[in-house]
Design a binder for this molecule. Structure first.
Ligand code: KG4
Ligand code: ZN
Length: 346
């Protein structure tokens, strides 16, 4: 199939996201304007298992995806004939979950003869910022979610360079594991955040800076330190001070995330810092980053919460980069659980 994309026509992208435990379909005009953004979360189903169960996630996506597509199109006030391209998360993510969205997208593309855009999930998180602000290049993105902790340098629009990533747990994953040790429900991030914010005491915990020039992260040592404090206190027959532990944990996480981001902002001399991913909801992180950026005169962009957690509007925003360049994906593409962000650059 050959598709010609015209600069004069509005781009109406129907976007599908099923990489983890949210089934989401959105309609986005010209990469900026969200006409609809339907999100169906599966958290209730996975909660009793203490984390996402991949097979259940896939099954739930299958049950929900068709209705979500219909609702997103209806709510946007368009018909399938108005759609310029179908965008879908190609990876990274859970393979079974990705496949549900990929098959739905391919079916629509074939049935309506519309081009496809296989889209990178992290590019989506980063370009969620484009839904609320005009991006200026070069810029730096701090991606913090349940599956990712990355510092991404964007020299120009759609040009991604990964300068740092976690070597073990993602930051959201560490929050969820600490929450579990404290006995809080999944996903635990918001609960640990609340405990930390309300705490009047703190426990001193280590900071994992790694090598002085590294932009990589590591959170598993910190998570083990938290577990040690809890276990040792219990072995003495005492009740751990969970608020103080949550506070110490959050301080350590925030210090490292903010410290490395600000160093990257300076070294790469960027015009903006973008924060994205589910952990961008964290009060401690938002406050510390906002203050540091104000002090150092760095413009900081944080999308509203609905665009921080997994959603299809962000996929539509990122896919617009490819649409502008007429870079469409063949119908026989495959889902990539480990998809390279740099290779996805325009
Ligand atoms: O981006 P997201 O919705 O899904 C992934 O792509 O992973 O992020 C979910 C993660 C979970 O680990 C959750 O515990 C964490 O974001 N999270 C938080 C907060 N709100 C959500 N972590 C810390 N503080 C929060 N307020
Ligand atoms: Zn995500």
């Amino acid at each position: 199939m050959t598709f010609i994309q015209s600069d004069e026509k509005d781009s109406i992208i129907l976007a599908i996201e099923t990489s983890c435990d949210e089934t989401s379909v959105a309609v986005v005009r010209n990469g900026r304007e969200v006409l609809s953004n339907m999100v169906s979360s599966q958290i209730d189903v996975h909660q009793r298992f203490g984390g996402v169960v991949p097979e259940i996630a896939s099954r739930k996506h299958v049950e929900t995806i068709t209705v979500m597509i219909e609702q997103a199109v209806e709510q946007a006030g368009i018909t399938m004939q108005d759609v310029s391209a179908i965008a879908v998360t190609q990876g990274p993510g859970l393979i079974g979950a990705l496949l549900v969205g990929n098959v739905a997208a391919k079916s629509l593309a074939m049935a309506f003869d519309i081009p496809l855009i296989g889209t990178h999930h992290i590019a989506g998180h980063i370009y969620a910022n484009q839904l609320v602000a005009e991006l200026q290049y070069p810029c730096m993105a701090l991606v913090v979610s349940g599956g990712h902790t990355e510092l991404v340098y964007l020299e120009a629009e759609g040009k991604f360079q990964l300068i740092g990533r976690t070597r073990d747990d993602a930051v959201g994953e560490a929050y969820d594991k600490v929450a579990r040790a404290i006995g809080l429900p999944y996903p635990g991030g918001p609960h640990v955040d609340r405990l930390a914010t309300e705490a009047t005491e703190t426990v001193d915990l280590p900071r994992s800076w790694l090598e002085p020039d590294s932009y990589d992260f590591s959170f598993s040592g910190l998570k083990s330190a938290v577990l040690n404090v809890i276990n040792q206190t219990r072995m003495r027959g005492e009740e751990p001070k969970y608020g103080a532990i949550a506070h110490g944990f959050q301080q350590s996480v925030v210090d490292v995330l903010v410290g490395k981001s600000m160093r990257a902002v300076k070294q790469y001399n960027v015009k903006q810092l973008l924060l994205c991913g589910g952990v961008a909801a964290n009060r401690g992180l938002r406050e510390a980053l906002t203050k540091q950026c104000e002090d150092e005169g760095v413009p900081l962009i944080i999308p509203p919460f609905e665009y921080c957690t997994d959603n299809a509007a962000m996929i539509g925003a990122a896919a617009y980069l490819k649409w502008k360049h007429g870079q469409f994906t063949e119908l026989d593409f495959t889902a990539h659980p480990q998809f390279s962000l740099e290779q996805w650059s325009v």
